[in-house]
Design a protein around this ligand. Structure first.
Ligand SMILES: [Ca+2]
Length: 294
């Protein structure tokens, strides 16, 4: 899903005169030449450039409606979430309670799982073909499992903390809690590109769980009810999905933590979200907020 709100507006400030605005006619600007008409021509040109509307791309704000919900274990301190081929995959955090979990998505029945070494804190997860990549938080290690047996067959070294991870079809994309996303090779976790994420020109920090949806990167922003939708080429946040109120207060217990977990079901395009120790998975439908104009 991609929505971009383009708002025409006047460019203000000293940069206005430098704008490469449209001109009438083709070819190079005519030299006004010497003579009394020159200053007037230049003035007209400057006025034309100054008044040319610039296209300002501002982030859209999205609201949501809940279409459906499924029970979810309050035991799961969700760090990674993905739906693939009818399975719901979860990675959970916490020392001594981190796990890799595989559920049948239709029934919610746990099919398989693995406990992590108690010294490892599980983070984001992504399924890529016959492998599963699971980040750890501070151990600088990414576990690579065989998808069929859930046996760890490789441990790749990370340069820093691991938070969220997804796959764009050719590369892994990883967050580390900063405003940066790292594109890396699946074979060796070598970083090939670093993307700075900004919203209306301001860095967006604490990017957490990720999901690649229709050519865009969706990212939970830690400790907020926001999911930002990022252009993977520019790093610009195109939309901010405001999920305030998604988990009712009546469902919050001591230990219920923040929103974290985005899963796009390729089978039907549905978008599911949850949080750390939340009792529900929610299927949501975003829509543009009526007063989103800036
Ligand atoms: Ca995800």
């Amino acid at each position: 899903m991609r929505r971009t709100h383009c708002q025409p507006g006047l460019q203000r400030g000293p940069a206005a005169a430098a704008l490469p605005g449209p001109r009438t006619g083709a070819g190079p600007l005519p030299d006004p030449g010497p003579g009394p008409q020159a200053p007037v021509s230049r003035l007209l040109l400057l006025l034309t450039l100054a008044l040319t509307p610039a296209i300002v791309v501002a982030q859209t704000v999205l609201d949501y409606r809940v279409l459906e919900r499924k029970p979810h274990s309050r035991d799961n301190f969700v760090q990674g979430l993905q739906i693939v081929d009818g399975d719901l995959w979860e990675s959970t955090g916490g020392y001594g309670e981190s796990r890799l979990l595989r559920y049948d998505f239709a029934t919610g029945k746990l099919r398989d799982g693995r406990r992590l070494n108690p010294r490892l804190w599980g983070e984001g997860l992504v399924v890529v073909e016959d492998r599963i990549f699971q980040l750890t938080w501070r151990a600088r290690a990414m576990l690579v499992y065989r998808r069929d047996s859930l046996e760890v067959e490789q441990v790749l070294r990370l340069p820093g903390e691991g938070w969220g991870i997804t796959w764009n079809g050719t590369q892994l994309i990883q967050s580390d809690g900063s405003d940066k996303l790292f594109f890396m090779n699946r074979e060796d976790a070598r970083i090939t590109r670093t993307l700075a994420v900004t919203a209306d020109g301001t860095p967006v920090y604490q990017l957490n769980e990720l999901e690649w949806i229709d050519g865009r990167i969706w990212a939970n922003v830690w400790k907020t009810d926001d999911i930002v939708i990022i252009d993977p080429d520019t790093g610009k946040v195109e939309s901010r999905l405001d999920l305030t109120g998604l988990l009712p207060d009546s469902d919050r217990l001591r230990g219920t933590d923040v929103l974290n977990g985005i899963a796009h079901n390729p089978a039907d395009g549905a978008i599911w979200v949850t949080g750390k120790r939340w009792p529900w998975l929610f299927r949501i439908e975003p829509f543009e907020r009526a007063d989103t104009a800036h």
